[in-house]
Design a protein around this ligand. Structure first.
Ligand code: ADP
Ligand code: MG
Length: 357
């Protein structure tokens, strides 16, 4: 059983940024408004996430790292449809199988914080001199701090392929930026251990918009001409099903069950590398087809060898997402994908052609 757990943990967590992605999602699920990440050696040596969310109750601390333990079974079903991506209560467990994991957490109604250490899904003493593995009271602020140390210490083969800590670090930085854009009201801070100046720092706050975050991370050259496109194929269909818009027949539209909000660079912006960020139902995913489909459209307008910035938030009914894809694969398949991509392509093409004239 232990071997099975370790193998499956290695499948879920392949590199530091995979671990961080899961930990960030947990902070967001806990309604945090500030998330501070500190790393050393690309997260291989040290990866720490401090949030100011709900915290974990003392009575739950013993089980949070057990496989398939989750407090989100029903609540998040429709809201974020985590299940349609195959993840459910596996993240902390997986991380605890391939690292030394510590949690320091405090709920608002508790008078003190508690700290605990985990290994292979279970509580473990903090050091050989400590007798008990029970959570210990300590000082701390409301929220949760998760510390992941020596990732892959017990899976040397995995560790060996991750020698390039600079590459791992840039994956972490990019991941932080993507989540920061998708959650503009949350402040995201990324620091290298020992370096007081944050590498990524978004302000968060109730009035912060995606466009502001994009500007602060990628420059106002990009954000000032950003094209914001919203698509709700069903919004121009009246209740009785009659088409009140004049673009596409309602019979086609009503089958395309999705809504989109997208932020697209103008034809005046061009980067050396494409920036393509896609969140479907709140989860960061890849879609090669959508990415190349949109690069094609931009290819008509941008100088050769230059690329756009694209941030898309897509909502589709969970039942329309292919659940047969392995949980670790971030590539997704959506029902009616071709038509949806074509629809988005047309809208973006329209916008770009207006501004390039
Ligand atoms: P899942 O997110 O699918 O529930 P995880 O393994 O990611 O599974 O987390 C297990 C449980 O630990 C969560 O359901 C939640 O109760 C608790 N938890 C993890 N991280 C946090 C956090 N940052 N703040 C509050 N609770 C957390
Ligand atoms: Mg989780």
């Amino acid at each position: 059983q232990e071997v099975v757990n370790k193998i499956s943990a290695g499948e879920v967590i392949q590199r530091p940024s995979n671990a961080l992605k899961e930990l960030l999602e947990n902070c967001l699920d806990a309604k945090s408004t500030t998330i501070t990440v500190t790393v050393k050696d690309g997260g291989m040596k040290f990866l720490q996430i401090q949030d100011n969310g709900t915290g974990i109750r003392l009575e739950d601390m013993g089980i949070v790292c057990e496989r398939f333990t989750t407090s989100k079974l029903t609540k998040f079903e429709d809201l974020r449809s985590i299940q349609s991506f195959g993840f459910r209560g596996e993240a902390l467990s997986s991380i605890s199988h391939v690292s030394h994991l510590k949690i320091l957490t405090k709920t608002a109604d508790s008078s003190c914080a508690y700290r605990a250490c985990y290994l292979n899904g279970k509580l473990t003493p903090a050091s050989p001199n400590e007798q008990s593995s029970d959570p210990k009271p300590c000082a701390g602020v409301n929220g949760t701090q998760i510390t992941v140390e020596d990732l892959f210490f017990n899976t040397p083969s995995r560790k060996n392929v991750l020698k390039n800590t600079i590459d791992e670090h840039s994956r972490i930085a990019l991941l932080m930026k993507k989540y920061a854009i998708n959650n503009p009201t949350v402040s995201f801070i990324l620091k290298k251990q020992g370096d007081p100046t944050p590498e990524v720092h978004t302000s968060g706050g109730q009035n912060s918009l995606e466009k502001d975050v994009i500007g602060s991370l990628y420059g106002t050259d990009l954000s000032k001409e950003l094209k914001i496109i919203s698509i709700d194929p069903n919004s121009n269909i009246s209740k009785d099903g009659n088409d009140i818009g004049n673009t596409t027949p309602s019979s086609t539209l009503s089958r395309l069950d999705f809504t989109m909000k997208g932020f697209f660079s103008s034809t005046n912006y061009n980067a050396k590398k494409i920036n393509f960020i896609l969140f479907i139902n709140g989860r960061l995913v890849d879609s090669k087809n959508l990415k190349t489909g949109l690069e094609q459209v931009y290819g008509k307008y941008l100088p050769k060898g230059t690329h756009p910035f694209i941030f898309i938030r897509l909502l589709v009914p969970p039942k329309n997402i292919d659940v047969n894809i392995h949980p670790t694969k971030s590539e997704v398949k959506i029902l009616h994908e071709e038509q949806i991509i074509e629809f988005i392509q047309q809208k973006v093409d329209q916008e770009l052609s207006i501004s390039s004239n």
